[in-house]
Design a protein around this ligand. Structure first.
Ligand SMILES: [Zn+2]
Length: 238
């Protein structure tokens, strides 16, 4: 009977039987974990409220043959504002869904764990519209697909650069235009974010450009996830 403890983020939960829930978590030391939380849907449950999507917990599990069983849960980081409004919760959901798509059981990744918990804490602090662009930029860098933004990836021209196609590796000039339209202020701000200067971008970027960046980074994320999902499907069928 093996017990183990780890810090973890709750990605999603779903009902099991009359009173139980299956909890899908992304853990610091074991990657993705699927575990049963017994009795959590009864009103007297000790830890039902600690196992909401977006919760960061310190938990103990009993290793099962198929699913592990949650035996203890403590809140590791309090995030009281995360569900305060729809925009914050929507952004948090996007982050949780992304991690669920990208991770597997038994594949721990300390950098990814730090990124996710950092983004959730930032969303709890403020409704900063650059949280998602910064998350996507760091995620793409971790995945080794950081886009080139200072020249056209098709013809090497310095610009003007007017579009962005992740599958081609970055920005494109007017002649080679493909993918998503990209304004020059958004391109410059995205470069600063990729270079880690999020604070600088926050201080110098208008609301309109922040909105463009958030929409653009969400579409880049979808493109990236779709390609990753397809490559995963492919690798499973050969
Ligand atoms: Zn070009």
């Amino acid at each position: 009977m093996a017990l183990y403890r780890t810090d973890a983020v709750v990605l999603r939960t779903y009902k099991l039987g009359e009173a139980d829930r299956i909890i899908v978590l992304y853990s610091r030391s074991r990657g993705k974990i699927r575990a049963v939380a017994k009795g959590v849907r009864r009103t007297k449950s000790k830890f039902g409220a600690r196992l909401e999507p977006g919760s960061i917990v310190h938990a103990q599990f009993y290793e099962g043959r198929n699913l592990d069983i949650v035996t203890q849960v403590e809140t590791a980081t309090y995030l009281p504002q995360l569900r305060a409004d729809l925009s914050r919760y929507g952004r948090a959901s996007l982050v949780l869904e992304t991690i669920d798509y990208l991770t597997e059981a038994g594949e721990a990744d300390a950098a990814l764990y730090k990124l996710v918990t950092g983004v959730l804490a930032e969303l709890d602090r403020e409704g900063n519209p650059l949280v998602i662009p910064a998350f996507v930029a760091k995620l793409l860098a971790l995945e080794g697909v950081q886009p080139v933004l200072d020249r056209c990836v098709n013809c090497d021209s310095p610009g003007p650069l007017v579009a962005l196609a992740l599958h081609l590796g970055g920005a494109l000039c007017a002649n080679c235009r493909q993918g998503e339209p990209l304004s020059d202020p958004a391109r410059v701000a995205l470069q600063h974010i990729l270079d880690g200067r999020v604070r600088h971008v926050l201080e110098t970027t208008s609301g309109r450009v922040s909105g463009e960046l958030e929409a653009l980074s969400t579409r880049l994320l979808e493109q990236h996830l779709e390609r990753r999902l397809h490559s995963r499907d492919f690798s499973q069928h050969v």
